[in-house]
Structures are given as C-alpha cells and as structure tokens.
Write a protein that binds this ligand. Structure first.
Ligand code: KE4
Length: 411
C-alpha cells in the first residue's frame, strides 16, 4: 500500500516517525498490536462520538449482517435513516445517502451547478472537503499537512472554476460576489473548520455567506461532514442559526461505517436523478450494515444527548492544556467548539489559514510524541482537530492534562 496506509492523514507525515498499528478500540481507548493502550482523541477523525465498540451499535451491525450485507435494492432502513437525518438537521428536507464525505461534497457541488446552471464554486483556504478534484486546491487536512494544496493530477480545467478565498473574510467574499456573483453556483464552507485545526467562524462571516448567496441566486453549502451531530445534535447550523441550502454529512452519521449524505431544500434535491437530471449513483449507497450503525448512533444521540457532558469535558481539557502551557511559558492558542478542539503552537488567535500556517508544526510533533509515549493519542497533525467522545470521563481528561504538563516541560 502506498506509504503503508489507506489514507495519508494516518501516515504521521505531520509529526514524523511511524504510525502505531491499532488492534482494537473500546470506549475512549485504543489498543495497538504491541499491547500498548492510548486515550484516543482522534476518534477515527470524528465518527466515534459514542466511543469505540459501543454495544448497541455493535449489536445493530451484527443483526443486520445476519440478514445479508447488500442488496442493491431499496430497504426500509434507508428510509428510517433518511427520516432521522431530516428530523435532526434543520435545513434538510430531502436527502441522498452516499458512501463517503468526499462523495457527498462532490455530489453537492455537481447538484449546485446543475440547479443554478452556473460553473463557479467558492471555497476557503484551509477548508478540506475530501479529495474532490475541483475542491482539492488550497485544501486543509492532510493536504495542508503534506503541503500538497494543488495535488498532481488535478487539471487546470477542473480547478479553473474554483475561487479560493480567505476564511472569516466577509469583505473578500463581498468583492468576489461583486465581481463574479452571476457566475457563482455555490459557496462551500466548513461552518466550524476542523481541517486547518479547529477554527471558529465569525457571525459576520456566516451572515455574509448567507446574504450574498441569497442575493445572487447562488447556493450556500455547509460541509458538516465533521460538525454534523458533533458540535450539536443539529450540527453547526443549529448552533449558529444559519440555514444553508445544502448540507453534507459524514463520519458520525455512519457510526464508524462508510456512509455519508447530502441533503437540503426539496426544490434543489428534486434535481437529483431519478427525480431530476443531475446524475449521481452508488452500488453500496444506503448499505444495510452502514444504515444499521448510523440509525443506532443517531437514535442514541437523539434519545440521550451527550452534548452537555461533552461541553463540560471539553472545557476542562481546554483549561487544563491552557494552564499547563502558560506554566511552561509556551505561546499557544486553543480553539474549541464542544468536543472538537485544537491546541495551536501559535501566539496569535487562529482565524484563517494564513495565521494557522504559521504554527510551530515541529513543536507540535514533539508534543505529539511526548503524549503518545505517555499513552495519549492526539491527532497526528497540527492541522487536525481532536475529538472527545461520550466514553471519555474525568479520569481520561486528568491523565491527559498531566501528560501534557510533562510534554510541555520538554518540547
Ligand atoms: P471522507 O471522504 O474522508 O469520508 O470525508 C471527506 C471530508 C469532507 N469534509 C470534511 C469537513 C472533512 O473533514 C472530511 C474528511 N476529514 C479528514 C480529517 N480531517 C478525514 C481523514 C482522512 O482523510 O483520513
């Protein structure tokens, strides 16, 4: 396998050394093949909000598997999944299930272009939306870590219609619409960024994105693959009270199995084949095992929401890391929304990619390894968010803060 991994984010490219090989997960913990265990703050890059091997989710998958793994025909579970998403995500009136966040954003972009008849897409530096050719420019996540913002193989033709702007820059957005408004099909953005590290939006930026798209007949796409069901049950759109036209979902929606979705206004979604003419298809879309895991996960989050607990644990960890870094005299900035957070080795508040990219990534690498050696598995890149699960408790947070105190003393 190229680089020994099936996704570059796992390759430790941003921190050096070789990745640990995981054997299993249980609750807040991961166990590697050498018998070491770690408090897990990656959570599979977001999906594992309930913790690893949750018994209800595991049981749902086992039951589904006994009935067959894929039919290529409609099932009741797909309808149950669609209804749950429509009930929980304020802006979603109709939804299409796909297999990955990339497929969701790729499809949403195609739909926006098909619906508006326009070509241009606006994205923001440091925002990552999966390996969609037209969006893989000035991307975040592993593209930022491995500094391959313009990946080889992405043709000029594919990226020529993509405008890249600065996140949290409403004036820049206004200028772009003044210049190109009539040719912009959509804006796509992470409503809380996770892929340049965690960066929060300003209310003014989100308001400008919503107003300008409305005024110019463009669509607003919230990429909530990471924030959906993470920062709140209804995602960032419910937290900020901004209603996008389309929303992409992934990660948590599948409870760790490969399922994602795009959805939104019915009048837009009705353009998707076979209701409309915008083509999108997938052999395993709405797969019985994935929908079983997703339904079990969303029902648990709906019926016993962990968000107050995640907020308390997140605040404790944020304060603990901040105090430990202060004590060690380390310039830093901590950004957090609920259980999604990043500790930046950066003396400035991180509001966009220009600032984020000046973080001390070498120091982050030393911090990462000091923590890993003490049994704490942080994201293996400065440009990723950490995630706390409902299976984490005060004991894990305390152990993490103690490990960070030791790490700051020597990194
Ligand atoms: P996937 O195709 O990896 O399922 O989703 C792509 C995607 C889309 N949108 C957002 C906001 C995302 O964060 C992602 C994927 N996130 C990365 C981690 N930052 C996935 C990890 C990886 O690539 O291995």
């Amino acid at each position: 396998m190229p680089g020994g991994v099936n996704s570059p984010a796992r390759a430790f490219g941003g921190v050096g050394g070789k990745p640990v090989v995981i054997q299993r997960g249980a609750g807040a913990w991961l166990y590697d093949i050498d018998g070491n265990r770690y408090i897990d703050y990656i959570g599979s890059w977001g999906p594992m909000i309930l913790g690893h091997a949750h018994p209800v989710v595991t049981e749902a998958i086992e039951c589904a598997a006994r009935l067959g793994t894929s039919f290529g025909a409609p099932t009741v579970a797909e309808n149950e999944m669609a209804e749950l998403i429509i009930d929980l995500v304020p802006s979603v009136e109709k939804v299409r299930l796909v297999n990955s966040g990339t497929e969701a954003t790729m499809s949403a972009i195609r739909l926006a272009r098909g619906f508006t008849g326009r070509d241009r897409i606006v994205k923001f530096a440091g925002n990552y939306h999966g390996h969609v050719d037209s969006l893989l420019v000035a991307a975040g996540s592993s593209a930022a870590t491995l500094s391959v913002p313009n990946s080889p193989g992405v043709t000029a033709g594919t990226s020529q219609d993509t405008l890249i702007l600065r996140y949290n820059d409403p004036d820049g957005l206004r200028e772009a619409f003044d210049q190109h408004g009539q040719s912009i099909a959509a804006i796509i953005l992470e409503p809380v960024v996770g892929n340049m590290g965690c960066v929060l939006p300003t209310a003014e930026f989100l308001a400008a994105a919503r107003q300008l798209t409305q005024r110019h007949g463009s669509l607003l796409i919230f990429d909530e693959v990471m924030t959906g069901f993470r920062v709140a049950l209804g995602g960032a759109q419910s937290l900020f009270g901004v209603t996008p036209d389309l929303t992409t979902l992934g990660k948590i929606v599948g409870g760790g199995l490969p399922i994602a979705a795009y959805g939104g206004r019915a009048d837009v979604m009705d353009h998707v084949l076979p209701a409309g003419r915008v083509f999108q298809a997938g052999t395993l879309s709405g797969n019985p095992l994935a929908t079983a895991a997703g339904i079990a996960t969303l029902r648990l989050l709906r019926d016993d929401p962990p968000y107050a607990r995640l907020e308390r644990l997140g605040a404790r960890l944020e304060l603990g890391l901040h105090r430990a870094a202060e004590q060690a005299g380390i310039p830093h900035h901590v950004a957090r929304t609920g259980s999604m957070m990043t500790f930046f080795f950066n003396s400035c508040p991180v509001t966009d990619w220009d600032v984020a990219s000046r973080s001390d990534t070498a120091r982050y690498g030393r911090y990462f390894w000091h923590l890993l050696d003490q049994g704490v598995y942080m994201p293996c890149s400065q440009y990723e968010a950490l995630f706390i699960s409902a299976a984490h408790g005060d004991a894990e947070i305390d152990q993490t803060i103690q490990a960070a105190q030791a790490a700051f003393a020597s990194c």
